[in-house]
Design a protein around this ligand. Structure first.
Ligand SMILES: [Zn+2]
Length: 140
């Protein structure tokens, strides 16, 4: 895809992170699980960030998560983001412990966001690429 100013920057795909993107395309968010110390992490890396061993597997996340921190953008620093203002960029912690930077979507009032707020995974397509986002978990 041509990278014009109207396209958001795309990730660089490599042998290490391709399973992550393939999993999302199939409807699952995956994280790495260390088979030595049981630590779970994202983004993809070749060694466990906790014990530095290279023995790990991919595991599918439950989709349950909580909000660790966030910032609401009211100004576009890239032209492709201008039409989505305002939007929230957040650090999200999966129930399994891995953290990732994502967006919180489906929020009418960003002032309502709270630390440790329960979130639910939603996988959305962005320029044909499946990416993980999160929405507040609402009681029914
Ligand atoms: Zn480990």
């Amino acid at each position: 895809m041509e990278n014009t100013d109207l396209n958001i920057p795309m990730p660089e795909f490599n042998q290490l992170n391709q399973p992550y993107w393939d999993s999302l395309a199939q409807g699952h968010l995956s994280f790495q699980h260390c088979t030595c110390c049981a630590h779970n992490w994202l983004p993809p890396r070749s060694e466990c960030p906790h014990c530095l061993e290279d023995k790990w597997t991919w595991q599918a996340a439950s989709g349950k998560a909580k909000l660790i921190s966030w910032v609401v953008y009211h100004m576009a620093y890239h032209p492709a983001f201008a039409q989505r203002l305002p939007y929230a960029v957040a650090v999200v912690e999966l129930a399994e412990g891995a953290r990732l930077i994502s967006n919180v979507v489906g929020v009418e009032d960003f002032e309502s966001l709270k630390i440790d707020q329960a979130l639910q995974l939603v996988i959305e397509k962005e320029q044909g690429l499946a990416i993980p986002r999160f929405r507040p978990l609402k009681c029914i």
